[in-house]
Design a protein around this ligand. Structure first.
Ligand SMILES: Nc1ncnc2c1ncn2[C@@H]1O[C@H](COP(=O)(O)OP(=O)(O)OP(=O)(O)O)[C@@H](O)[C@H]1O
Ligand SMILES: [Mg+2]
Length: 347
């Protein structure tokens, strides 16, 4: 824009400058008597000045119209899009035509990027709500059916039935706990009870909790533990390791399972590996997102809510670390949690 204004000024100056030379040269050639000798401009001088002013004036008016159109059109489109978004149409976008000024074009781009993010957030919020409702509906339907059957005298309140009810209630409370953890972490509000923790002790205690059922299902547990002291929330760490072991029990084929803990350059690393089948390639990018299961968020193979790995990621991030997936040398999945050994603010 600055360049256009400078060019306009330059053209106007050049027209007046060279125009005066040309005008007086013609006057001196053809009407020398008309040019006054004094410094006070005479009639012919005024006429010449007027004639010289008209072309720059016309150019300036035409350029101003063009400039105004190049600035105003995208700004009008931006104002309209902003109004539509405020009225609830999140798909509205501003348009900038070719030839729009760089500054205005950038403003339109930034505005549209902000609108994209707003729309993404609204979309994921409705997907999230639908998924939560879907996950809660199933156990509630089962509970309602059983309790109604008890009231109507169709079912007898024996131990098996009550244990079945308890299982549904356990599922619901695990779901709400997981949802809470993921939501708190998303908002950066997952608080940790940080204390000095022996990483290998926590791994052993998590493994021991699931060892009987894992071994009974045909898994062979191998532990490779180096002594590592870290500042972390022991309960949350165990929860993350348990979620990974629980996944092996439910999603991996029986065989060798390797669990290791070590420290490398100030980072504590826990890896949990199985011998197959691993994640399908198309699923790897989404595996840590909430409600994702290999068969998609609405898998018929109802193995869980698809929140386990989202919780693991939330816990790793709350510790300032991360969790990654890679192919294991054992032939299956390797989930690797990496957290700094000391937390900022830890004593
Ligand atoms: N060790 C593994 N081997 C193969 N697939 C796995 C493994 N771990 C996870 N997956 C796949 O990743 C998906 C997401 O795992 P995640 O733990 O988040 O959810 P889930 O186990 O289905 O349910 P939840 O843990 O909430 O009960 C699983 O449904 C499964 O398809
Ligand atoms: Mg799981």
């Amino acid at each position: 824009m600055l360049l256009s204004m400078a060019a306009l000024t330059l053209v106007a100056t050049l027209i007046v400058f060279f125009g005066s030379f040309l005008g007086y040269w013609i006057l001196f050639q053809h009407f020398p008597e008309a040019v006054s000798d004094s410094f006070v401009p005479g009639g012919i001088d005024w006429l010449l000045m007027l004639l010289l002013l008209i072309p720059p004036l016309l150019i300036a008016v035409a350029t101003s119209f063009k400039l105004a159109e190049r600035i105003l059109a995208p700004l009008t489109s931006l104002a309209e899009a902003a109004k539509e978004i405020a009225d609830g149409n999140l798909s509205a976008r501003a348009e900038s035509r070719p030839g729009t000024f760089k500054e205005v074009g950038q403003l339109v781009l930034d505005f549209n990027e902000m609108a994209d993010k707003l729309q993404d957030a609204a979309d994921s919020m409705s997907i999230w709500n639908a998924a939560v409702a879907h996950e809660i509906r199933t156990p509630l339907t089962v509970l309602k059916g059983r309790v109604q059957g008890l009231i109507d005298g169709v079912f007898v309140a024996d131990e098996k039935l009550l244990q079945g009810l308890m299982l549904q209630i356990d599922g619901l409370s695990r779901l709400t706990d997981d949802l809470r953890t993921v939501t708190l972490a998303d908002n950066g509000k997952l608080t940790l009870q940080v204390e000095p923790v022996s990483l290998s002790d926590e791994v052993v205690s998590a493994v021991d909790m699931l060892r009987p059922s894992l071994e009974q299902a045909g898994f062979l547990l191998e532990l490779k533990l180096s002594p590592v002291m870290i500042h972390a929330d022991a309960m949350r760490l165990r929860q993350a390791i348990l979620a990974l072991l629980n996944n092996i029990e439910r999603h991996a084929s029986p065989g060798r399972v390797q669990i290791s803990a070590r420290s490398v350059h100030g980072a504590a690393i826990v890896s949990v590996e199985d011998c197959g089948p691993g994640l399908p390639a198309h699923f790897i990018k989404r595996v840590f997102r909430p409600f994702m299961r290999a068969e998609g968020p609405r898998s018929r193979q109802r193995t869980g809510s698809g929140l386990g790995l989202a919780v693991v990621r939330a816990i790793a991030r709350a510790h300032g670390g991360k969790v990654v997936y890679r192919r294991s040398t054992l032939g299956g999945s390797a989930f690797v949690i990496k957290v700094p050994t000391s937390q900022p603010g830890a004593k």
